[in-house]
Ligand binder design. Structure first.
Ligand code: ADP
Ligand code: MG
Length: 695
């Protein structure tokens, strides 16, 4: 049988089952069935006896004879079929709730069967519902290997006689008769990593003779999966670099130098210097820069961005910085203005709340090049924002923006501007390597000197008075604090009420006129938010009660206490971001996680992680482990989720190996002229959705 043959022609399929395979699993060809992998295996050399079953028994294989077939009506169109299986050591009841007619015809009392399924105890009796069973031929030796593959199936499939065991029979037939499984990986790659051939792997993933053969098959197939994911991303990058030559920013000019020697408020950390150098190299290389800047909260990414932007301005270009919220854009704008005072640089702020008239003028200054640096929100990517000559785009706190928005900014200049993406929270290495496979990566792995790690504590409601008296000490010592409430309810109104109740409670502990408490939430206008933030920044308010609008980026070094209410409602990366709002100055800072008493397992794990480390990379990894990649923001449309076997959590060495291999391969042969197989793959995936999203 050929790989592309219609599955209907496989012995044991036929038109009816072919239709079910197509509608239920999307399997239409022989190859597609072969690529439907088992999710586990049964060791068929060990059948269990009924007497040996325990509550822990998982999927077991039993042998015995049937008796006592009964059908009981349980509703107008529903019935239950039961029968007993005995093997000389005991009895177990087999039960079916669906497809009973079809099953009943197959069951023959007195005949020996092999029965597979998960046993449970019901009314003090062993029971197995919807088991798979087949007549026990007795000749176990004739079958291949000792592992029996188990496949995920649907109810519809079971009713059409396509349970796991039936699928196993099909794959057994297929692995025996398919003869044209083509290799997809280049030979030098399979040789270098000693990978099984695709043909071997696809056979052994279904019917391995030994554990070693199974492992080799899995490794090979995982490698392949990750390899092609990397190839898609990295080829896109290479192609883009070949297509659009980057602007060459050759000079370090007056503005940069003057800033560096006169304005820089503190010495750069070694890591900051290194990153500025890396960016500089990129921007004068003649290739378009696409760089990811990772750095833990508080590591000083903003300053790095500012200096890179000055390089662009020095070379006669404009630069823009896109932030996810108006608060953040405004804060960056203020920072930039004060740091650049006295230098010949025009900085402007473009956010949604700028009045129409002013906005129009602002846009025309951006278009004619009067403005050198623009800081803004999504407003920057609107179609009517045109630049005179946009040379560098910096995107802050990337996880809020999709890849599509990134590419929208690319299109605002020709040749495409250099792009620097800064993440809000570190991303686990494997994830960064896959998800941002098209970006180069810089890391700031050093905090500015004098920072003390934030101390984190977990407290519950009964201890609130103690928490607040501690807070009082801190405020009396001249410090400031945040108290953050999560959005829990569907409706903004109820959330706001929680926040207002919270505010009232806080105010009762911290009465005026001695203490000033303010409140910031998403329902306020941009001006109101800016007003409150400004007062807090200037130290006029002591406590800021807020929703997560302050989650990312906000920088008030004098704030040293962060109290997070209902902390169990926040995800790890959010908690880490929130905690990052304190510990930004020289003073010892504190983060207090308030929760209810009873916590779910994953909430406990999150809180424990937070209390035990302040390292963003470790937190990111814990997050990935706890939630799985499916829940990580932005991953949904990334294609990473399509991985069938490989895991970006557990297969880090493979992710690394495939990334490096693809990188070297493309460096030596950017057009893949020597690799017709890979070219074919690229042609194929260009037609898929993924391509549009990454190039
Ligand atoms: P993030 O990386 O989280 O965006 P920021 O850029 O907001 O961090 O910087 C955090 C704080 O550290 C700011 O108050 C900033 O002024 C300060 N900072 C940045 N670089 C240094 C440095 N080299 N030495 C001392 N303080 C620094
Ligand atoms: Mg920041």
């Amino acid at each position: 049988m050929k790989a592309t043959d219609d599955i209907v022609y496989l012995k044991g399929v036929g038109p009816a089952r072919a239709k079910v395979l197509a509608t239920e699993l999307g399997i239409r060809t022989a190859m597609q069935l072969l690529e439907y992998f088992p999710f586990r295996y049964i060791d068929r050399t060990t059948t269990s006896t009924i007497a040996s079953l325990t509550a822990e028994s998982n999927y077991v294989v039993l042998e015995g004879t049937l008796s006592n077939l009964q059908t009981v009506s349980t509703g107008r169109y529903r019935e239950r079929l039961t029968c007993d299986l005995s093997d000389g050591t005991g009895h177990i009841q087999l039960v079916w709730f669906a497809g009973t007619k079809w099953v009943r015809e197959k069951l023959k009392p007195g005949v020996r069967y092999m029965v597979m399924g998960k046993p449970t105890v019901f009314n003090g009796q062993w029971q197995m519902s919807h088991p798979e069973l087949e007549v026990d031929s007795g000749e176990r030796d004739g079958e291949r290997g000792k592992f029996l593959p188990v496949y995920t199936t649907t109810d519809k499939m079971k009713q059409s006689g396509l349970g796991s065991r039936a699928l196993a029979r099909l794959t057994e037939t297929l692995t025996g008769c398919i003869y044209d499984i083509e290799e997809t990986l280049p030979e030098d790659v399979t040789r270098r990593f000693r990978l099984a051939t695709r043909a071997e792997a696809l056979r052994n993933i279904h019917y391995p003779e030994t554990q070693a053969a199974l492992d080799a098959a899995r490794t090979r197939l995982k490698f392949e999966e990750l390899f092609f994911l990397q190839l898609d991303y990295q080829y896109a990058r290479t192609a883009r670099q070949l297509r659009s030559r980057g602007r060459v920013f050759g000079t370090v000019g007056d503005i940069f130098n003057k800033f560096y020697s006169e304005k820089l408020p503190f010495a750069l950390t070694g890591a900051q210097k290194r990153v500025v150098r890396e960016v500089r190299e990129d921007m004068r290389s003649g290739r378009q820069m696409n760089r990811l800047l990772q750095g833990d909260v508080g590591s000083g990414k903003t300053l790095v961005a500012l200096m890179c932007m000055l390089l662009a301005v020095d070379n006669g270009s404009q630069a823009c910085l896109m932030a996810p919220t108006e608060i953040l854009a405004t804060q960056h704008y203020n920072t930039f203005c004060s740091m650049l005072e006295g230098l010949d640089v025009e900085v402007e702020l473009l956010i949604g709340s700028v009045k129409a008239g002013a906005k129009k003028k602002l846009k025309s200054r951006i278009a004619d090049g009067t403005t050198h640096i623009v800081i803004g929100t999504h407003a920057l990517i609107e179609d009517d924002v045109t630049f005179h000559d946009l040379g560098l785009v910096v995107i802050d706190e990337q996880h809020r923006f999709g890849v599509e928005q990134r590419s929208k900014l690319w299109s605002k200049a020709e040749p495409a501007p250099h792009v620097l993406v800064m993440t809000a929270t570190p991303i686990p290495r494997t994830l960064a390597m896959t998800l941002y496979g098209d970006l180069d990566c810089s890391v700031i792995d050093e905090l500015p000197p004098g920072r003390q790690p934030v101390r984190t504590y977990h407290r519950t409601e009964p201890r609130r008075p103690l928490v607040f008296s501690f807070l009082k000490q801190q405020i009396d010592a001249g410090r400031q604090a945040y108290i953050v409430y999560p959005l829990i309810h569907e409706s903004e109104k109820t959330d706001l009420r929680d926040l207002e109740d919270g505010l009232e409670m806080v105010q009762s502990y911290f009465p005026r006129p001695q203490y000033h408490v303010s409140m910031v939430h998403g329902g306020l206008s941009a001006e109101e938010k800016a007003f409150e933030m400004d007062r807090f920044k200037r130290g006029l308010t002591h406590i800021m009660v807020a929703t997560t609008v302050i989650e990312v980026g906000v920088d008030v070094p004098n704030a040293t206490v962060m109290i997070i209410e209902n902390a169990e409602h926040f995800g790890l990366s959010q908690l880490h971001q929130l905690r990052g709002r304190v510990g930004r100055g020289g003073g010892q800072s504190y983060c207090i996680l308030m929760t209810k008493d009873q916590l779910s397992y994953s909430s406990q794990e999150r809180i424990r992680t937070m209390c035990s480390t302040t390292d963003g990379f470790r937190i990111a990894e814990a997050d990935l482990r706890l939630r799985g990649p499916g829940d990580i923001q932005g991953l949904q449309q990334s294609g990473v989720l399509d991985l069938k076997l490989a895991s970006i959590v557990d297969d880090e060495p493979l992710v690394q190996a495939t990334r490096d291999t693809v990188h070297d391969l493309l460096a030596a042969d950017p057009g893949l002229g020597r690799y017709p197989l890979l070219q074919k793959h690229i042609e194929h995936s260009k037609n898929k959705m993924l391509w549009g999203k990454i190039s």
